[in-house]
Design a protein around this ligand. Structure first.
Ligand code: GLN
Length: 547
């Protein structure tokens, strides 16, 4: 049976709870334990799949096709453990399960209430797979005191109460604000936050305090006394230059020791931190830098492309160079000249996206990269735009476009080189969708196999001819145009096993131009950079040497 760590936050949001959870997972692994991380989100959406990236940041997709919170990306990047559908839940999902059971008559005429029906549903979720790992780390989204969060807090209280003593601990993240005028770190908000937790029956065992300044011994003692936490279990979390320092930094501050101590695990097995020392070394001991432009639509919120940004950093680490990412708004090309805006970059990446807005700019970016021999990585929509560009400007299909844009406008303007996919094969069964299906969870989602063409660039990059990557899209490049495009030099170098769905395209006579229908960024790790990102950055380094 797993031991449980429940991670909550207080005082303010955005304290880096997800990162702290992920770093703790990495540290427990470094001490030889197996871990799984889980996120419980209080919002009422059934999943973040339908939320705007502006609102919620990127949607992270798991192998088994769940659309989840971007914190799951952190979990995977730090622990290398692939998350599953059962590692992410929201109030919306919990309530929808409860209501479904109610309609089915599962509760046998009972009145349905938050306690026990909703809390039981949450507890069932927490228990899934608890026989598989040593530690289950469960992060509760939001901050203590949020109305929507209450059933989750109540459920973890009950859960810990029902388990034998010492099998669950609570870790709480807070902020110590610094008052410049008096030169002091203030502990009062932390005290209040812990009081709030205590009022719902939860007592933290470990307190993680975010602070911009070193925490003096006196303040640490004060926090320990007022919050009823041992002094050694008050752990400082200082700002870091790179998130990948977090495991080492938390280790220095004694987080893993405090957690094991709270469980009574003594003596604690010694950690092996070699992996994280190497990661740190690769971040700070670099030789040169490259400038990469991401031409996207959601650039106001960098979290919208979180995994891409991280995967580029990993690509830099693989080549020991610093990667400077510049966000370029695709809509700028409505006004500005692409050449002027994009020259000087050593590589161009066009990420995924939905809807027509900004797509003409992305097409121009693909054209610029093709004509000027600049390394180009097109991801999902970025691949589709590269194909449309090839069709329009090389293969002479003047009105080439995507059905997605016509659907949005409700009129027929384009020749659909990219069409709405309504039927495909997943494993050994067929999946079908109608044009007017609900928006939530109806895309081609999760891991699919692709076969790579022998001798192609991607086969060389992956060092394999069969790969598995994660998808999240509705539209697909139409095979009808394959021969025409291939005769112009755009190779369809990756296909679904049944040969029906193009997964990868690449320009034959280009130093590095690859478009992929899937999301390679989701599988990249700092200690195992994704081959496409590693090689994309290698190509960028080559370009930087030419200039
Ligand atoms: N909008 C496109 C589609 O649905 C691309 C999706 C994406 O980039 N994730 O196919």
């Amino acid at each position: 049976m797993a031991r449980y760590v429940f991670i909550t936050g207080g005082v303010v949001s955005s304290l880096g709870k997800g990162l702290a959870s992920a770093a703790l997972g990495a540290l427990l692994q470094a001490r030889g334990f197996s871990v799984r991380l889980r996120k419980l989100d209080p919002y009422l959406n059934v999943d973040p799949g339908t939320m705007s990236p502006f609102e919620h940041g990127e949607v992270f997709v798991t192998d088994d096709g769940a659309e989840t919170d971007l914190d799951l990306g952190h979990y995977e990047r730090f622990t290398g453990v692939a998350c599953r559908k059962t590692d992410s839940v929201s109030s919306g999902r919990i309530y929808s399960n409860v209501l479904e059971k109610e309609r089915r008559g599962d509760y046998l005429g009972k009145t349905i209430q938050v306690i026990p029906h909703v809390t039981n549903e949450i507890k069932d979720f927490l228990r899934v797979g608890d026989e598989e790992v040593d530690f289950m780390l469960c992060e509760i989204g939001g901050t203590v005191g949020d109305i929507e969060g209450l059933p989750f807090f109540e459920a973890i209280r009950q859960f810990a109460h029902e388990k034998p003593r010492g099998e669950c601990i609570f870790m709480h993240l807070t902020l110590l604000p610094y008052l410049a005028a008096s030169g002091e770190l203030k502990t009062k908000p932390t005290q209040h936050s812990v009081k709030e937790l205590q009022s719902i029956g939860l007592a933290p065992d470990v307190l993680v305090c975010r602070s911009e300044h070193p925490i003096p011994e006196r303040e640490r003692e004060k926090i320990a006394l007022f919050c009823n936490v041992r002094k050694e279990h008050v752990v400082a979390a200082y700002d870091l230059k790179s998130i990948y320092e977090a495991p080492l930094a938390y280790h220095r501050e004694g987080l893993d020791q405090a957690v094991l101590d709270a469980f009574g695990i003594s003596p604690a097995p010694k950690p092996n931190l070699d992996k994280w020392l190497d990661v740190q070394d690769r971040i700070y001991n670099t030789d040169g830098e490259v400038n990469v432009a991401i031409v996207g639509k959601y650039i106001q919120l960098e979290d919208a492309y979180k995994s891409i940004k991280e995967a580029l950093t990993h690509g830099g680490m693989a080549n020991r160079v610093k990667v400077n990412v510049q966000w370029v708004d695709a809509e700028d090309f409505d006004r500005e000249d692409v050449g002027e805006r994009l020259s000087g970059y050593h590589a161009i990446l066009v990420p995924g996206g939905f809807g027509e807005r900004g797509t003409e700019g992305k097409i121009k970016a693909a054209q610029f990269a093709r004509e000027r021999n600049v390394p180009y990585l097109g991801i999902c929509l970025g691949m589709q735009m590269a194909v449309i560009e090839a069709a329009r400007n090389v293969a002479g299909v003047a009105k080439a476009g995507s059905e997605e844009f016509d659907h949005e406008k409700g009129e027929k303007r384009f020749e659909p080189v990219v069409y709405h996919l309504k039927e495909w094969v997943q494993g050994n069964h067929k999946v079908s969708r109608k044009a007017d299906d609900d928006k939530g969870g109806t895309m081609r989602l999760g891991a699919y196999t692709a076969n790579l063409k022998e001798g192609s660039k991607v086969a060389e990059v992956y060092g394999a001819t069969t790969i598995e990557e994660r998808h999240r899209h509705r539209y697909e490049v139409d095979l009808k145009y394959k021969d025409k495009l291939e005769s112009c030099g755009l190779v369809f170098s990756g296909m679904s096993p049944d040969g029906r769905l193009p997964e990868i395209v690449e320009w034959k006579d280009h130093p590095w131009f690859i478009g992929v229908q899937y999301h390679p960024e989701l599988k990249s790790k700092p200690f195992a950079p994704h081959p496409l990102f590693a090689d994309f950055i290698r190509a960028a380094v080559d370009t930087s040497r030419l200039v």
